[in-house]
Ligand binder design. Structure first.
Ligand SMILES: C[S@@+](CC[C@H](N)C(=O)[O-])C[C@H]1O[C@@H](n2cnc3c(N)ncnc32)[C@H](O)[C@@H]1O
Ligand code: SF4
Length: 486
C-alpha cells in the first residue's frame, strides 16, 4: 500500500473488499447477485435451451456441485382459475391430458440423456393442479419421470395439490412413488374470500379430510398454503383462517404474500386507489391492521404449538412466505435456512418440463416454456426468459477455471468468445498487476491466492451496476416476473 494517499487501484480493492464482505462473499452469492431480470427478456428456441443445459451439465461433471439441482414438472390444468393466481394453467379438459402426457414423454426423451450423470435433490410436481389427473394418468406420469431421472439418496419429492381433488387412492399412489412432501392450496377458510377468489367449491370438510388422509398415510411434510392480501380479506377473517389452519394440526403452514398479477391490480387493488408502484406496506395496511395481524398470529402459533422464524413474523417487505411448523416436526428443523423447493431466484438449477414450466440454469438463465398447444415440435417450441449477459458469462468461466486450475487461461476464453480479453480487460488487469495480486504469462493469469479471494477478484471484472444490490433495498410490492404473468 502507498504510504500517504491510496492509489486508484488501492481504492478499488478496498471498495471491492467491502462489497465482498457485506454481500458477495462466496461464489453462490456472487452470481446470485446478478440481476437476470435486468437483462432483456428474449425468446429462445428448443435448440438453444438444449445447448445451454448441455453446457451446464458438462460443467457440473467437471466441478463439485454446490447448488441444488431440481426437476420441476408443471401440470398445467385447473378446474377453475383462481382470480389471484400468477401461475399459468388451462381449464381442465380430459381430451388434453393424453396430449400433455405425450408432450412430457417427448421432453423426457430429449432431456433425460443429458442429465443422466446427475442426481436431482428435488423432484417437484407443481401447477396448476397435479392431483387433478386421475389415478391412471398419475401412474403414467410418475412412471415416465421416475424411470428416467435419478433422485439423490434423500430427495425431496413434492407435489402441489388442490384439496378438492384429493382422495385416498391418489394419495396412496403418491406414497408408492416415495413422495415425502405434499402441499395443499387452501388460501383461506373464509367463504366470502374464497368465493371472490373463484374457489367457491372449497369446503372446510374437504380441506380437513385431505390433510388428515395425507397425515395418516405418513407423508413427512404435509403443508397448507394460506394467502395474505386476498380481495375481501381483513384482519379478523385472516386471523380466523390462520386459527383454523393451526387447529387442523397440519404439519406445516406457509403464508404467501400476494404477488398481484396485472389483472388483480386493475380489478381489485386499483379499486382501493392504489397505483402499481404503491409501496407494499401501504397496500397491505389498507387491507389489514398489520400490527395486530402479526401480533395475534404469533400468539396463535404459541397457543397451538407451532414454531416459526421470529424474523419472518415481523412485517418485512422482502418476505416471500412465512412458515410455521408443528412443534414435534420443528425440533430438527433449521428455520434460518430457506426451504422453498422451487423458486427461480434461489441458488439452484431447475430443469422444468411441461407447458408453462419454468426453468433456471443457475446464474445463467431462466426461462418459461410458452408452448400452450401441448404438442412438442423441436422447431416451433418457444421459451421466453432472460439469459445472463455476456460479461457475467465470461466471469462464470473465469470462476470455473480458477476453481479447477488456480489460474485464468485467457487463450481458452479468447477462443470461446472470439474476443481479445487481454485487451478488453486491460485496465482491470493493470490494476491487479499494480496491486501485485496477479502475474500474467503466456495469456495465463496466475493469482496470488493468499492475497485475494475469488469473489474479490471477480468484482474487478464486474460492472457493479449489474449486481442486484440497490434493487433489494427498494420496498416496492413484489410482482411476478414478466414471464410469470397470466
Ligand atoms: C401453483 S399454486 C398450486 C396450488 C393448488 N393448485 C391449489 O390452489 O389448490 C401454489 C400456491 O401458490 C400460491 N399463489 C398463487 N398465486 C399467487 C400470487 N399471485 N401471489 C402469491 N402466491 C400465490 C397459492 O398459495 C398456491 O397455493
Ligand atoms: S391457485 Fe391453484 S387452483 Fe387456483 S388457479 Fe392457481 S394453480 Fe389453479
Amino acid at each position: 500500500m502507498s504510504e500517504c494517499n491510496p492509489t486508484k487501484a488501492e481504492e478499488k480493492l478496498e471498495f471491492y473488499r467491502k462489497i465482498n464482505k457485506e454481500i458477495v462473499n462466496d461464489r453462490v452469492s456472487f452470481f446470485k447477485c446478478f440481476d437476470l431480470h435486468k437483462s432483456e427478456t428474449q425468446k429462445f428456441n428448443y435448440k438453444s435451451i438444449y445447448e445451454e443445459w448441455m453446457m451446464y451439465m458438462g460443467e457440473l461433471s467437471r466441478i463439485e456441485r454446490k447448488d441444488a439441482l431440481s426437476l420441476y414438472i408443471h401440470v398445467p390444468f385447473c378446474a377453475a382459475k383462481c382470480n389471484f393466481c400468477c401461475y399459468d394453467s388451462v381449464s381442465f379438459n380430459k381430451e388434453l391430458v393424453p396430449k400433455y402426457l405425450d408432450y412430457i414423454n417427448e421432453e423426457v426423451r430429449l432431456f433425460a440423456p443429458i442429465t443422466r450423470q446427475e442426481k436431482f435433490d428435488t423432484i417437484y410436481f407443481g401447477g396448476g393442479t397435479p392431483n387433478i389427473l386421475n389415478h391412471k394418468e398419475l401412474e403414467v406420469l410418475f412412471k415416465t419421470i421416475f424411470e428416467n431421472f435419478q433422485a439423490t439418496d434423500n430427495p425431496e419429492l413434492k407435489a402441489e395439490c388442490n384439496p378438492n381433488f384429493s382422495d385416498l387412492e391418489k394419495l396412496k399412489i403418491f406414497r408408492e412413488y416415495r413422495f415425502n412432501r405434499l402441499s395443499f392450496g387452501v388460501q383461506s377458510f373464509d367463504k366470502d374470500v374464497l368465493c371472490k377468489a373463484k374457489r367457491p367449491y372449497q369446503t372446510d370438510e374437504k380441506v380437513l379430510s385431505a390433510i388428515n388422509d395425507a397425515e395418516k398415510l405418513g407423508f413427512e411434510d404435509v403443508n397448507m398454503d394460506i394467502m395474505f392480501g386476498l380481495e375481501g380479506d381483513n384482519t379478523d377473517k385472516f386471523l380466523n383462517s390462520i386459527k383454523k389452519a393451526f387447529q387442523s394440526n397440519v404439519g406445516n403452514i406457509i403464508i404467501y404474500k400476494l404477488m398481484p398479477t396485472p389483472l388483480y391490480y386493475r380489478e381489485f387493488l386499483l379499486k382501493e386507489s392504489l397505483g402499481p408502484d404503491s409501496p407494499e406496506k401501504e397496500v397491505f395496511s389498507r387491507i389489514y391492521d398489520l400490527k395486530k395481524v402479526f401480533f395475534e398470529m404469533a400468539k396463535l402459533a404459541d397457543k397451538y404449538d407451532y414454531k416459526y422464524n421470529k424474523d419472518e413474523l415481523n412485517y418485512s417487505g422482502t418476505n416471500m412466505g412465512i412458515g410455521f411448523k408443528r412443534a414435534d416436526l420443528a425440533r430438527n428443523f433449521d428455520f434460518d435456512k430457506k426451504n422453498y423447493s422451487f423458486y427461480v431466484d434461489y441458488p439452484m438449477s431447475c430443469l422444468g418440463l411441461g407447458s408453462f414450466s419454468m426453468s433456471h440454469i443457475f446464474g445463467r438463465a431462466f426461462y418459461k416454456n410458452m408452448n400452450k398447444e401441448m404438442f412438442f415440435d423441436t422447431e416451433q417450441n418457444i421459451y421466453t426468459g432472460n439469459r445472463i449477459e455476456l460479461g457475467a458469462e465470461i466471469l462464470q468461466d473465469m470462476a470455473n477455471q480458477i476453481e479447477n486450475t488456480n489460474l485464468i487461461d485467457l487463450g481458452v476464453l479468447n477462443n470461446k468468445y472470439s474476443m481479445n480479453l487481454l485487451k478488453m480487460y486491460s485496465k482491470q488487469l493493470a490494476d491487479l498487476l499494480e496491486l501485485k495480486l496477479i502475474n500474467i504469462k503466456d495469456k495465463k493469469i496466475y493469482i496470488n491466492e493468499e492475497m485475494i479471494k475469488l469473489t474479490e477478484l471477480l468484482l474487478f471484472f464486474t460492472d457493479i451496476q449489474h449486481l442486484r444490490l440497490l434493487n433489494r433495498q427498494k420496498n416496492i410490492i413484489s410482482k411476478p416476473p414478466d414471464y410469470a404473468k397470466n
